[in-house]
Design a protein around this ligand. Structure first.
Ligand code: ATP
Ligand code: MG
Length: 394
């Protein structure tokens, strides 16, 4: 018997014609994260064979890869005789303490001489006969003995762990995440990756009004997201000239609306350059003045690129729950200000008028400022923490 890990695909198994496309990407993502392990897969299962001492570490890593429904530690044998299966089960149960059990059989090898029901009974009876003081409990067993009869092998297992679900990152293409230092945008990025979107991120800084610490905070958030994304490119835009031009020339109640229109324009240009199909951000309906439906509409009208807002309909507390789970919360609540908070007017407009936005924007030569900001952007590649120690930030 060989101890192995194998994966159940979950939502991926609903894909018929292009399942292979998804599996290839999942395989690729796992290979990148786990490096020296052997991976094989077929239509129903993916097998991963780490060295024996690496099982726990491997499971932890697999839990952070999207596209995996369940992670199973199991035993593989090539012996297909019922007697062999029975003896293997007894051998594996030797060190387990339990009082009740049930057997589940899944038979994808349709030419196997016994059907699943018959086999289940045969295996159950054998276990009862060979282990003292136990009983069958189909509703609430302490141990489930799972047996899968496959064409090339038999799998026996007791332990399953929940995977992250979703689709393999990259399988749905690329998106550009507007990543601020706040709580919402890292969560938005996480949820987008879960649906198979590979992320690059964009951050607008306004030195000297924003500090190096604020940038480092965003970098460390990006690094937390890199765990799911293999690595992540962060485009850092110097937004100072635009920010100051807006501040000097535009009525202050429209500062944020116009500033966000500029951010959208720049994000759309960078998206096109990197071939990202969508922009992703952490806007949440009603949270602040710039996130009323009228504001979102006035801001969104300047670009054609679709904008995905994964946390649009979540309450702040729901967003915080996810932020805690993905361990971005503690970083997000560090005090360093991103550029929005410095230029915040006392009374931002809640229902901005589109015609006024257009009129005010004529007061600044924003096209050349945007051109300059895009041209001079810095690109930083962040790898997940563990590897970071050995790699220099570009
Ligand atoms: P967050 O908690 O994500 O910072 P927020 O509640 O502070 O969001 P806003 O400041 O209005 O809300 O920002 C809304 C969204 O716009 C953010 O979630 C983020 O996606 C994007 N954004 C805001 N500021 C920046 C920035 N400096 N750089 C990149 N994206 C930004
Ligand atoms: Mg913010």
């Amino acid at each position: 018997m060989q101890k192995i890990i194998f994966l159940k695909y979950g939502e991926l198994s609903t894909k018929k014609d292009n399942r292979n496309y998804f599996l290839k990407i999942l395989h690729n993502n796992i290979q990148k994260k786990l490096k020296n392990v052997e991976i094989k897969y077929d239509y129903g299962r993916m097998f991963i064979i780490p060295s024996l001492e690496d099982f726990d570490k491997t499971i932890l890593k697999l839990k952070k890869i999207f596209g995996i429904h369940e992670i199973v530690i199991g035993y593989k044998t090539l012996n297909k005789d019922v007697e062999d299966i029975q003896n293997n089960i007894i051998e594996l149960l030797k060190n387990k303490k339990f009082q009740s059990f049930k057997v589940e059989v899944k038979r994808s090898n349709k030419s196997y001489p016994y059907d699943s029901m018959t086999l289940r009974k045969m295996l159950g009876a054998f276990v009862l006969k060979n282990i003292q003081n136990i009983k069958v409990d189909v509703n609430n067993p302490e141990i489930i003995i799972n047996v899968e009869i496959r064409v090339n092998e038999i799998l026996i297992y007791f332990d399953e762990y929940k995977g992250s679900g979703g689709y393999p990152v990259s399988s749905l293409g690329k998106g550009l995440l507007m990543l601020s230092g706040g709580i919402d945008s890292p969560v938005a990025g996480y949820l987008a990756m879960k649906r198979g979107i590979k992320l690059e991120a964009i951050y607008f800084e306004s030195p000297p009004h924003t500090s190096q610490k604020a940038l480092e905070k965003v970098m460390s958030l990006a690094q937390k997201l890199a765990v799911y994304n293999n690595d992540i490119k962060l485009h850092v835009i110097n937004f100072t000239a635009i920010q100051e031009a807006i501040y000097k020339n535009i009525p202050h109640e429209y500062l944020i609306t116009i500033m966000r229109r500029m951010m959208y324009r720049i994000s759309a240009i960078v998206s096109a350059r990197i071939n990202a199909k969508v922009i992703i951000n952490g806007e949440s309906i009603g949270q602040v003045a710039s996130q009323t439906l009228t504001s979102i509409s006035a801001i969104n009208e300047v670009i054609k690129t679709p904008v995905i807002r994964p946390v649009a309909c979540l309450d702040k507390l729901e967003i915080i729950d996810i932020a805690r789970k993905i361990e971005t919360y503690e970083t997000s609540i560090l005090p360093y200000e991103d550029c929005c908070t410095i230029f915040v007017p006392d009374h931002p407009v809640i229902n901005p008028e589109k015609s006024k936005c257009v009129e005010y924007e004529k007061l600044i030569d924003y096209e050349s400022l945007i051109y300059e900001a895009v041209k001079t952007r810095k690109v930083i590649t962040l790898k997940e923490e563990e590897e970071q120690k050995f790699t220099n930030i570009l």
